[in-house]
Design a protein. Structure first.
Length: 131
């Protein structure tokens, strides 16, 4: 990620800008957004079947949990890094094609908020029945 002109930030700077402490709440939805993006890339012919299957298997494993590593700044980088470690940069790097980080964050946050609201509504209904 860091090039010749831009040096990697210090650990102190990463800690200041990191959202890892809060990202566990949205990790599942970040993986789901990536699965949807992968499907689009495949349907549009941007990624071939074999590469799509390899990335899909990697993402599916993450539905059980994403390893959140502080040195990678946020859940999005953790997911991308885990895919690349699983399938290699030549295949895993394709998942980033045409993806807007801002759109990905907004979508994952909306999905998480909907999930939390649905859970809260179920709990309120349960409370009403108990009363």
């Amino acid at each position: 990620m860091w090039g010749a002109r831009v040096k990697a930030p210090s650990l102190e700077a990463l800690r200041y800008t990191s959202s890892i402490a809060f990202d566990d709440r949205i990790a599942l939805d970040v993986v789901r957004v990536n699965l949807a993006h992968l499907l689009m890339l495949f349907k549009q012919g941007i990624i071939g079947l074999e590469d799509a299957q390899r990335i899909y298997r990697s993402l599916r494993r993450m539905l059980k949990g994403v390893e959140l590593r502080e040195e990678l700044e946020d859940v999005h980088m953790c997911v991308e890094d885990e895919v690349v470690r699983d399938v290699g940069l030549d295949v895993g790097g394709k998942l980033h094609t045409g993806k807007s980080r801002n759109d990905q964050v907004a979508t994952a946050l909306r999905m998480t908020a909907k999930r939390f609201c649905s859970q809260l509504a179920l709990e309120v209904l349960g409370l009403q029945e108990a009363l």
